[in-house]
Unconditional design. Structure first.
Length: 182
């Protein structure tokens, strides 16, 4: 029995300490994915917390058809998509300078840092403007470094669909960035 299966079994038996262990094991992954999808620290923290709550509430329904990590990616992705939709309906988007943060590198000059930050902001704005079904694939593939197979498992899609959406997302990004960089 692998470690995740053991943790799940102990949770189902009512071991509360195991819940803490699952959170510690996956909190960085969950927060990073949330932040990469939402681009807002507070929203990412809330989404991460809600994702763990959803995980623990739905533990009795886990069928074991995928790993705990894959299942958690699904929960976080769904949580972020729902939160993103609510946020778009409820308030205006934040200014890009507030929305995207990057820790400056101590090596390059101030001008190089500004150029790097601007490129970073342009890319993230372009990704953020993609339709959700394409944006999630870009985030999982490039920012979370997941394989086609893992993304297919998380999103419950055929691998061919993942590849096609990634291809289309790249084309959309290329088109958006060409317009901006001209």
């Amino acid at each position: 029995m692998d470690r995740d299966a053991e943790l799940l079994q102990r949770c189902l038996e009512g071991d509360r300490e195991t819940l803490r262990e699952i959170i510690q094991r996956y909190e960085v992954m969950v927060y990073n994915l949330s932040y990469q999808m939402l681009h807002n620290e507070e929203d990412a923290k809330d989404a991460a917390q809600e994702s763990f709550l959803n995980l623990f509430e739905s533990l009795p329904y886990f069928r074991g058809e995928c790993s705990l990590k894959t299942w958690l990616y699904r929960i976080v992705s769904s949580q972020c998509i729902a939160r993103s939709r609510r946020r778009r309906r409820c308030r205006k988007r934040e200014a890009p300078s507030e929305q995207f943060r990057e820790i400056p590198d101590s090596g390059p000059s101030a001008l190089e840092q500004m150029e790097k930050q601007e490129t970073h902001n342009l890319l993230h704005r372009a990704v953020d403007e993609l339709p959700e079904k394409y944006r999630i694939i870009i985030v999982l593939y490039y920012f979370q470094d997941l394989s086609y197979e893992q993304i297919a498992d998380i999103l419950l899609l055929p691998i061919g669909t993942v590849k096609v959406r990634l291809f289309r997302a790249r084309k959309m990004l290329e088109k958006k960035l060409k317009k901006v960089l001209k």
